[in-house]
Design a protein around this ligand. Structure first.
Ligand SMILES: [Zn+2]
Length: 285
């Protein structure tokens, strides 16, 4: 698509998320617009841990591979380190606040619960020190959301990370999602960008909105955000990533579950979506 190429050019492929944990499998040419079509066979593939960490984003989350951040005592003494404990406490406080007060987080919690994938704060959400290029991630192997305590430092950032990653969690739980399948990955990234990121940032922010193409600008925002996320966690060519995003875009962009509407910035939509949760059959609490 032409307008896509324009957007891609502006997009820096910075690492964004961790999405998968298992066997890297070149899954780019297979045509499957049906999300679940090939998932079963792929899920059976054997694990290969040696290439997993690098190719699947684990290097962005050192604590995921057991390397807990350990400051040197001498540096703590001089006030050079030791910040990470304060960060973790603050991060956990922000997570707790969002779960209690953030309308979208509350809606997602309710949707997950109603789908039989209830979130237990301590078990499923983890504040960690991450690579500075990412703010959060979802680890499907442990079914955990990572909030990067060194990057997401205020309530609204944590709210954004939680909403985005909870959409991945929801998809993983409900849609028979296989993160190793690039079409599946593209789909859940489109949904997360659509329902959270692009609505909050607004297309104006990206500079490619005009009064006459707001709709198109929003689609471009979703596409470029989803592309950046896919490229961050997959060692595939940009062309293959674009092809995957384009293949699944119409279907996945239209899929507004479980939020039900795209959220516009500074609107009452957040509250409305939350209030309407029970209409979609979700327990909202
Ligand atoms: Zn994502």
């Amino acid at each position: 698509m032409e307008f896509l190429t324009k957007v891609w050019a502006k997009e820096v492929a910075k690492p964004q998320e961790i999405e998968a944990t298992s066997t890297p499998k070149p899954e780019t040419s297979k045509s499957q617009s049906e999300k679940a079509s090939a998932s079963d066979e792929i899920k059976e593939s054997p694990q290969d841990n040696t290439t997993v960490k690098k190719d699947w984003g684990y290097d962005l989350y050192p604590e995921r591979r057991g390397e807990t951040f350990k400051p040197k005592w001498s540096r703590i003494l001089f006030g050079l380190e030791g910040q990470e404990n304060i960060d973790r406490f603050k991060c956990e406080e922000n997570v707790y606040w969002c779960v209690k007060n953030g309308p979208l987080v509350k809606l997602m919690m309710g949707a997950l619960k109603s789908s039989g994938c209830a979130i237990d704060l301590r078990r499923h959400i983890s504040c960690e020190v991450c690579d500075p290029s990412v703010t959060g991630g979802y680890d499907p192997k442990l079914n955990q959301i990572v909030v990067c305590q060194n990057m997401a430092k205020n309530k609204s950032m944590v709210h954004g990370v939680l909403t985005h990653e909870m959409i991945h969690m929801f998809d993983y739980c409900n849609n028979d999602l296989d993160f190793r399948n690039v079409d599946h990955l593209a789909c859940t990234e489109i949904r997360a960008a659509n329902l959270a990121h692009c609505s909050f940032l607004s297309a104006m922010f990206q500079g490619d909105a005009s009064p006459f193409n707001v709709k198109e600008a929003h689609q471009n925002c979703v596409k470029s955000k989803a592309l950046a996320s896919v490229l961050a966690v997959r060692s595939i060519s940009k062309a293959d990533a674009i092809a995957a995003v384009e293949r699944v875009f119409p279907k996945c962009y239209a899929d507004l579950e479980p939020i039900g509407r795209r959220i516009r910035r500074n609107s009452t939509d957040q509250q409305k979506a939350y209030m309407e949760g029970p209409m979609y059959g979700y327990d909202v609490y």
